[in-house]
Design a binder for this molecule. Structure first.
Ligand code: SF4
Ligand code: SF4
Length: 198
């Protein structure tokens, strides 16, 4: 099995786990979580233009392993966001994070740096769980969403990784990292780093 295949299986399990935790839908729904391209094309990416989506800790093969996590952060695509009670979560970087991969806790529009005219630059399975589990559907001709991975769940899950995230935060808080110019190249690097078995 290649590293990419292993990661794909891992990611699928991650998504299933999050969906099962919802208790309101069954496994057969997993395919519907992998983006409804038809509706997203109609909409043009409103969510991604508003705020970048968050990774779950299980989008990473080993969040506790600093040597696995550093190359991921060094791409300049993933940022560390401090959240309540001295916790942290990891999400994709927004244009508000200009020279740093440490997010400021401001509640304002912050378009994702991976949102492009053609949609998300990351191939589906590499996208953060929060984005994949924000599932659009049509009701009365309007686009609605099922939120299968909430920010509360995300914060709770990351609470178990406080120590390692604190360490990464200390390492990266004063590093100047500009928004990547060649995003496609950094996306390739990010995918390679994500699948690299620790
Ligand atoms: S998930 Fe919803 S808001 Fe985001 S691009 Fe798709 S339809 Fe638009
Ligand atoms: S990573 Fe992709 S899916 Fe998530 S907000 Fe950015 S463009 Fe949208």
């Amino acid at each position: 099995m290649t590293e990419e295949e292993y990661y794909a299986l891992w990611k699928r399990k991650t998504l299933l786990l999050e969906i099962k935790n919802q208790r309101k839908i069954d496994e057969s729904c997993v395919e519907n979580t992998l983006c409804d391209y038809h509706l997203c094309q109609l909409c043009g990416g409103d969510c991604c233009q508003s705020y970048p989506c968050a990774f779950s800790p299980f989008d990473f093969l080993d969040l506790r392993n600093l040597n696995y996590m550093r190359p991921i952060l060094n791409t300049g695509i993933v940022c560390i966001r401090p959240v309540r009670s001295n916790n942290f979560i990891l999400r994709v970087r927004g244009y508000e994070e200009k020279n740093t991969i440490i997010a400021k806790n401001r509640h304002k529009i912050n378009p994702c740096i991976l949102a492009s005219d053609k949609g998300c630059l990351l191939p589906t399975l590499y996208r953060p769980s929060e984005g994949l589990l924000f599932v659009p559907y049509l009701k009365n001709q309007k686009i609605k969403h099922s939120i299968l991975y909430s920010m509360n769940t995300c914060i709770q899950e990351y609470a178990f990784y406080k120590k390692v995230l604190n360490q990464l935060y200390s390492e990266y808080k004063s590093k100047k990292i500009p928004i990547p110019q060649n995003k496609e190249e950094k996306v390739e690097k990010l995918m390679k780093a994500l699948v690299k078995q620790p």
